[in-house]
Design a binder for this molecule. Structure first.
Ligand SMILES: [Ca+2]
Length: 226
């Protein structure tokens, strides 16, 4: 009996000792997890776009742009961009604008044309539309009435307009086309890269300058891990 009592006491002692240290495995798990995160974290060494897309740096990060040829409405252009995992692209800086102009000139020249327009991802704000077009905060139009809609364009300095635009003709011109012109000067003094506000449903025109010849899609670039 004495021996059994001693054995039992020792068992209780070790059991209590073991019980008192049950928090240690939790700490070990934390340590292990932290170590695992450190060893598996990969460093981003660059960014890439799909073939045929240009890579650009924005305030929010890296952005890919591609110009597609088509004559269509702005909503259809938005949908086509969504179908390639992108959005109708805004324009953040002069590098992007120069790239889009070059691609756009390639399109109109391939069609034996001198001018045309591309849908870009900018619209007149709802709060600055209709009878609210001159509301506080909506003027001047260039700076305040328009917004980019791709969710990734921060700067507004690329809202540059052809002469006498935006005119919000018949209070119905909500969307934005970028002019592509192979003329010097272009129709009405327009230059490539300048913009016109126009009805979102309008894609064709008797004026070659206003005829939609394409649209600009954009999406975030893919990180490359080292
Ligand atoms: Ca206009």
């Amino acid at each position: 009996m004495k021996i059994s009592f001693v054995v039992l006491s020792l068992f209780v002692f070790f059991a209590e000792t073991f019980g008192a240290t049950t928090t240690e495995p939790y700490c070990d798990e934390l340590t292990t997890t932290t170590t695992a995160k450190k060893t598996t974290a990969k460093k981003i060494t660059g960014y890439e776009c799909p073939s045929g897309w240009g890579l650009f740096s924005r305030q929010k990060g890296k952005w890919c742009i591609k110009v597609f040829q088509n004559t269509l409405s702005q909503p259809s252009a938005k949908l086509n961009c969504q179908n390639v995992g992108a959005k109708l692209s805004g324009i953040e800086n002069t590098n992007e604008r120069a790239y889009i102009i070059k691609q756009g000139l390639g399109i109109v020249r391939s069609m034996n044309l001198k001018e045309g327009t591309l849908w870009v991802g900018g619209i007149r704000k709802t709060a600055c539309s209709g009878s609210n077009k001159s509301a506080a905060g909506c003027v001047p139009w260039v700076n305040n009435a328009f917004e980019w809609i791709d969710g990734f364009t921060t700067l507004k300095k690329m809202f540059t307009w052809i002469p006498n635009q935006p005119d919000y003709y018949k209070n119905s011109e909500t969307c934005i086309q970028m002019v592509i012109s192979d003329k010097t000067p272009g129709t009405g003094g327009a230059k490539s890269g300048q913009m016109n506000d126009i009805s979102c449903s309008k894609s064709t025109s008797t004026i070659e300058l206003n005829y939609v010849r394409g649209y600009v899609c954009g999406k975030q670039a893919t990180p490359i891990y080292g």
